[in-house]
Design a binder for this molecule. Structure first.
Ligand code: DC
Length: 242
């Protein structure tokens, strides 16, 4: 049964197929997270932040004193972790073994350690299975979802009907990320983003690539609202051709 509020929300919501999956990949600071959350809210979809999952595993390694450059040790510890993602785009959550880590996963320590942890094949295999099972459960419950990361369109969900690849100029990315982090040093932020990109794009397992069939949006010259509008239009185009 729908309430008046729910009807109004549904009436203003763009028409998209039930169970739509949108895969969003791109570099750090390209606007992926804000765009993915905003588009999910506009389209009435759930939202899965896979970067937060890699960050959560990394946080747990640091907490346990595991050397993040020791692949076998990282693999062994990651197998024991229970990572749970909440997929409400208005308030996504992330816990590790029941502990809320949404704040601690955004620190400089995690920024510096997340790329080597993400390069460990066993960590990727573990999170790949988790990501696919979350999406399968959402679809079974009648929800669609926007999933953001680095290998979503290429590896995790290659059959997603909408695939996006977001990029932006390094200085624009650093400015956005610095603002998100409450005004961190611009030059240091840009260096940290570029260092992570180099590792994320150069690793052997599931490197950051533009997936086959992905639509490339360079967000440098656009506002967040303008990028979200482009994503909504692409989702509506899928409905038009369904
Ligand atoms: O999107 P983010 O900055 O929160 O991602 C943090 C790190 O996680 C990023 O440096 C690369 C890694 N990552 C990944 O390897 N694969 C994904 N699907 C998502 C993130």
């Amino acid at each position: 049964m729908s309430t008046p509020n729910h009807s109004a929300e549904t009436a203003s919501r763009p028409a998209v197929p039930e169970g739509l999956v949108i895969a969003v990949d791109g570099t750090s600071g390209s606007g992926k997270s804000s765009t993915s959350r905003g588009a999910a809210q506009r389209l009435g979809l759930r939202y899965l932040d896979t970067g937060a999952q890699f960050r959560a595993v990394t946080w747990a390694m640091l907490q346990a004193g595991v050397d993040v450059h020791d692949g076998p040790a990282v693999a062994a510890r990651s197998a024991e972790l229970m990572v749970v993602s909440g997929t409400d785009p208005a308030g996504p959550t992330i816990t590790v073994d029941g502990q809320d880590v949404s704040g601690p996963i955004r620190t400089d320590e995690v920024n510096a350690a997340v790329s080597p942890v993400s390069a460990v094949p066993e960590v990727r295999a573990h999170l790949l299975a988790l990501q696919r099972s979350i999406v399968a459960d959402l679809l079974a419950a009648g929800h669609g979802v926007v999933v953001e990361g680095r290998d979503i369109g290429s590896v995790v969900l290659p059959d997603a009907p909408v695939k996006l690849y977001l990029s932006a100029d390094p200085s624009a990315r650093a400015t956005r990320r610095s603002a998100e982090e409450g005004g961190s040093d611009l030059a240091a932020t840009e260096q940290s983003l570029l260092a992570r990109d180099a590792i994320d794009s150069g690793r052997a397992t599931a490197p950051l690539v533009m997936a086959d069939g992905a639509v490339h949006i360079d967000t440098t010259g656009f506002t967040l609202e303008e990028v979200i509008a482009q994503v909504v239009a692409l989702a509506e185009a899928v409905e038009a051709h369904a």
